[in-house]
Design a protein around this ligand. Structure first.
Ligand code: GLC
Length: 743
């Protein structure tokens, strides 16, 4: 019998799900202290190293795993990343537990960003659902499948605020608004950790990337970041604070600099902000070789200096780079690093391992039969529900959607019409073959539709004359055309910055050719980032933003196309008219020469472009429905809000259309003046309401001075005593308002 089969038999015998102890913080601290007191300096340093193994999914310089088993035997490894082979994980864990002096278990970390085997929509899409319960439930599923496939900690959620669609990683973010980011952050942590790390269905979460990686200049990957402390605290930190308050286990440092110091060696971020201010008790981990990369930043001349600077700054765990295991011992022995720093980092690692129950059951997540825990029907159903809610209706001229006449011949045309490559960046253990194509989704939802399919292009960016001609011929015989166009799933994600955010040329040609047939055209847009879409307005009647929706993509899109689900998504990232407007976001400052709707000679010197509008094509918070909602009658229960009081704001919301729908009612504020300049608009709340035709409800929000607060001229987070506009509506540019003041 081969070794792997021997190991599988052992795994089967060993698998046990005894109830794990739930220890108090004090109990864990005691256990950690006792264990730490037995550890040698080498063993403590070993806990600070994350390595990887053969066949692992890694996104960086390839990795030499030849010595990993020996390093584990020597107690020099604390965790591994990116493994997907359960038998390897079992063998490595067994090595750590049985072959080392103290038997300290390993952590297995993985990038399960928006799905393990059941794939949910990319994170930017899920955020557009504005449904925090749906996101939490999606994360419950992700956690369950991950916890049954060896993962103890996922490198998710990514909490980077994003304002520039050129950056490939906007696809992993929640978008451009901080308040929404805090709500999404809480939903992910609750979903992954379930408030119970000892559960067999939970995993630990790891926030990333700390911090402000999304502010990379010009959207260029790994580029310089330069923001003020006030902008950092006001816009970039709150989602991390919200997640820390939910008890997240770990935080990953980012590749970029903050205030000219690489985040991975940034003492202000890692000690002052995270420990002193945010009271974070978990561990910090570098991003993939981001510690060594401070040599490229030119803030360290060699690996010895990397180790010295990073441990001093408060980096606990080093991913892939070996500065810690190579240099820390001699730095301590030479008195250059206080052993207390090693002790505090090691204690944090041990503490998380105790919380996860790994000392009680090191094999708790490592199953020989993970497949049996994947893709349960309830998970697939949840994936379809979340996918539907993530779709945003951007345009629907003459209410061409939903498609109700099933007698019509439908042409489904485009390079994304019949592809299962709809998972998007960071697919985890999802399989394309599990994903429903748009073609199959339409057949599943409306089996009787006369559907004709043509690719029109060889691929998203490769023209093919014959395919183009074939598409035109197919379309000629049909009544309506659905265009499945956009990016491939490989055109966004890490290291996929694009200077031109266009739909590739061969697809533009396809649209223009089909327009000559003068038939109604509907776009289903597959993309991982906002794209330039203005040109489409002259060619198509409807645009459905369908992102990359994962396993249930085709079914969810078809549910919306045929009206089985009335689209409710709202954009969480502005779509520019042109890349030249970037970075673009709804909560911009006013400037000293505010932009005008349209400028005249007298108002020539204002903050406008000469060749394009200032406003985006589609703004933050925007999304159409198959019905129509009236939001009216904004009321406040007081016009003066004192420090310890609460203001109630209400509006009437009425469904004045013909079908039931869900509206996301959004609450914004604007300080009319302040000791520092503040945005023209700030989201402070949102509520979803589902109404039948003609049904009306009163939607109420509560506001305290804390909701109006901002970092003032003295960096105090206060609601200065001024007037504030209170606004409510269904998009950042479609609001009704009233005024109050703080006293
Ligand atoms: C990557 C990414 C990070 C990921 C890590 C481990 O470079 O920046 O998001 O979690 O490496 O794969």
């Amino acid at each position: 019998m081969d070794l792997r089969q021997v190991l599988v038999n052992e795994m089967e015998e060993r698998i046990q799900r005894n109830e794990l102890p739930r220890r108090t913080k004090e109990e864990i601290n005691t256990l950690v202290s006792e264990l730490l007191s037995k550890m040698t300096l080498d063993e403590k340093i070993g806990q600070l190293y994350e390595t990887s193994y053969d066949g692992a999914d890694v996104t960086g310089p390839q990795f030499d795993s030849s010595n990993v088993v020996n390093l584990i035997k020597d107690g020099m490894v604390g965790s591994l990343l990116g493994l997907n082979d359960n038998i390897d994980m079992y063998m490595l864990q067994k090595t750590a537990v049985e072959k080392t002096r103290l038997g300290i278990p390993l952590l297995f970390c993985n990038d399960i960003i928006h799905g393990c085997r059941t794939s949910f929509p990319v994170n930017l899409a899920m955020a557009c659902s504005f449904d925090m319960k749906a996101i939490e439930e999606a994360c419950n599923v992700i956690a369950y499948e991950s916890a049954h496939s060896g993962v103890s900690i996922t490198f998710s959620p990514m909490l980077d605020l994003v304002r520039d669609a050129r950056w490939g990683r906007v696809t992993e973010s929640y978008g451009e608004d901080t308040y929404l980011g805090t709500q999404v952050a809480k939903a992910y942590i609750r979903g992954f950790q379930r408030g119970d790390l000892g559960s067999y269905d939970s995993i630990g979460a790891c926030l990333k990337h700390f911090v402000a990686y999304g502010a990379a200049e010009s959207g260029r990957e790994y580029n310089t970041v330069d923001i003020s402390e006030r902008v950092l605290r006001q816009f970039y930190l709150p989602p991390f604070k919200a997640a820390i308050d939910e008890g997240v286990t770990s935080i990953m440092t980012s590749f970029n600099i903050y205030d000219s110091v690489p985040a991975t060696q940034n003492k202000f971020l890692l000690r002052k902000v995270l420990r002193d201010e945010f009271k974070f008790e978990g561990f910090t981990i570098s991003d993939y070789t981001s510690s060594d990369e401070i040599i490229n930043h030119k803030t360290a001349k060699d690996q010895r200096e990397v180790a010295l600077k990073c441990i001093t700054a408060g980096l606990d765990h080093e991913m892939i780079s070996i500065g810690y295991i190579k240099e820390l011992k001699s730095l301590v022995e030479e008195g250059l690093v206080d052993e207390k720093l090693i002790d505090e980092a090691c204690s944090r690692m041990l503490s998380v391992k105790f919380k996860l129950g790994l000392f009680d059951n090191p094999y708790k997540n490592i199953y020989h039969n993970s497949e049996e825990y994947f893709m349960k029907q309830e998970f697939v159903d949840k994936a379809r529900e979340v996918a539907k809610k993530s779709i945003v209706l951007l345009k629907n001229d003459n209410d061409i959607l939903p498609l109700t006449n099933t007698k019509e011949k439908i042409a489904l045309i485009g390079p994304l019409a019949d592809t299962n490559e709809v998972i998007g960046a960071w697919g985890g253990r999802a399989l394309n073959e599990d994903c429903v194509t748009l073609k199959d989704g339409i057949k599943n939802v409306r089996g009787d539709v006369d559907l004709r399919v043509a690719k029109g292009c060889k691929s998203v960016d490769t023209r093919d004359e014959a395919l183009l001609k074939e598409a035109v011929e197919v379309a000629k015989e049909c009544d309506k055309i659905i265009l499945a166009i956009g990016e491939s799933q490989h055109m966004s994600g890490e290291a996929y910055a694009r200077a031109y955010i266009t739909i590739p040329e061969p697809q533009i040609e396809l649209v223009k050719e089909l327009k000559k047939l003068n038939k109604p055209m509907i776009v289903t847009l597959f993309n991982g980032r906002p794209l330039e879409l203005e040109w489409l307005n002259d060619y198509v009647d409807a645009i459905l933003e369908v992102w990359f929706l994962g396993t249930q993509s085709g079914n969810a899109i078809a549910d919306v196309l045929f009206g089985d689900y009335n689209p409710s998504g709202k954009l969480t990232m502005s779509f520019p008219v042109t890349v030249g407007q970037l970075p673009i976001y709804y909560n911009q400052f006013k400037t000293g020469r505010p932009a005008k709707e349209s400028f005249t000679k007298e108002e020539f010197y204002v903050s406008n472009y000469r060749d394009v509008q200032n406003e985006p094509l589609y703004p933050f918070g925007f999304g159409l429905s198959y019905t129509k909602f009236d939001i009216s009658d904004i009321k406040v229960d007081k016009t003066e809000l004192s420090k310890d009081d609460t203001l109630k704001v209400s509006v009437k919301v009425k469904n004045v259309g013909k079908v039931t729908g869900t509206e996301t009612v959004q609450l914004y504020i604007e300080a009319k003046w302040f000791s520092v300049t503040r945005p023209l608009n700030e989201l402070k709340g949102f509520k979803q309401v589902t109404l039948q035709p003609n049904e009306e409800q009163v939607v109420e929000f509560e506001i305290t001075q804390n909701d109006l607060a901002y970092y003032n001229i003295d960096m105090e987070y206060v609601a200065e005593k001024v007037e504030y506009s209170i606004r409510v509506g269904n998009a950042s540019d479609n609001l009704i308002e009233t005024t109050i003041k703080t006293v």
